[in-house]
Design a protein around this ligand. Sequence first.
Ligand code: NAP
Length: 477
Amino acid sequence: MSGTSALPGVRVAVVGSGPAGAFAAAQLLATPGAAIEVHVFDRLPTPWGLVRAGVAPDHPKIKSVTRVFERNALLPGFHLHGNVHVGRDVSHDELVGHFHAVLYATGAPDDRRLGVPGEELAGSHSATEFVGWYNGHPDVAGAHFDLSARRAVVVGNGNVALDVVRMLALDTDELARTDIADAALDALAASRVEEIVVLGRRGPADAAFTTPELRELGRIADCEVVVDPADLAADAVGGTGGSFGPRVADNLEVLAEYAARRPAGTRRRIVLRFRVFPVELTGTGRVTGVRLGHNELVGPAGGPSVPVPTGRLSVVDAGLVLRSIGYVGRAVPGVPFDAATGRIDNVRGRVRDPVSGTPLPGVYTAGWIKRGPSGVIGTNKKCAQETVSLLVEDLVAGRLHGRSPDPAERLLDRLGRRGVEVVSREGWSAIDAHERALGEPLSRPRVKLVHLDALLSRAAAGTGVPAVGEGGSATDD
Ligand code: NAP
């Protein structure tokens, strides 16, 4: 970026330390000549969002991006304020009062609902909850998943669906070498699930998952993948009228390979079903099955296929249902939010006033809460770059809110008086070092602390600040 050399130092609050927030922080710190101070707030005591709490434990390569984030966190001008819930512990207006600009990168933490009867039965869970559980998210540290039934159903055809399928199908000897939460490892080791049925409401050519993830299913030890060859017929495959892009063509090739395999009598089976959707989760008190509606696919030539119910129904018995049909963003009080799309109201990352349609000076957004829950981690780098470029452009043009903000220390003092135990970068380093040390003798990357009290105690011990919750209900140590 040119033309920034004469800029005075500015202070930016980044809300959310997941990939979009972490990339935005790094890009702000790297702005030539601008001496931008970046204060990253996160509602958890641990940073890096979905890289820690979303990426599957058996995908350590994807998690290695945290090395870059950790390096950036050591740069002068970077400040971490974990365990601060913006919208509850501190308001949007307060942030605006203490920073020249505020950038929201709060992700899409809620799950989309199926909206069918029985969705609330015991044994029916969102993938969000299951993923958080096996990744040690403190919100669901105490969750319980009944893995005693022979069959589980996973609804949805995205990469998150395939992540949860792998977790149910993988041998726990393999998972034991990862940073999976200990409680999940124990529960999965005792799992009696033998068959995992995956439901796609459209055809194989419409599936959102990517080919490497689809291939991985076929490499799981003592597990076979079952595909009905009829689903690959021209009138069933879906897609855009026979002309498929490279991802879809590769997916179809892998699915055809699975469809051609003979039954192998393995310990576990993954059954990929298409053109079916849940109309009801059956059971009294707890799930015993899923009533399926069957679809046919129609659609304009060259356009996406549209599922149309044929009226045919069938039932698949199952004791566990995981709904993996996408995430939804959550509003931050005081920040314009478009409930229809589940995103902060914005144009290319500039948050806008919903009434006038004009940008709110000094308020920005990046990542899933800006554009919706799509793309891989690297997609957020580009997304954050677009936002940061506009922020710097506004800074150069004098278009930020123009007031002289109060010192950030004053806000931190106020948080302290409210009883918020803010976790600094040093506090996070203490958690990180402790988790790694626990993992080392077990040849694991880390053993995660999953209870909030334990995380806060460890952070406090590392910084010499007594934790309010010390000696509470922590059970991790
Ligand atoms: P996604 O890719 O948007 O997939 C959502 C799936 O749910 C689609 O198959 C969709 O089908 C289906 N669905 C939506 N509403 C439904 C309904 N009412 N009934 C039945 N099915 C329904 O979302 P995601 O799997 O949550 O993933 C989010 C993002 O994270 C994606 O970009 C994904 O690639 C990424 N991710 C990547 C990795 C990786 O790289 N390994 C791992 C995890 C996640 P329709 O197409 O018919 O709507």
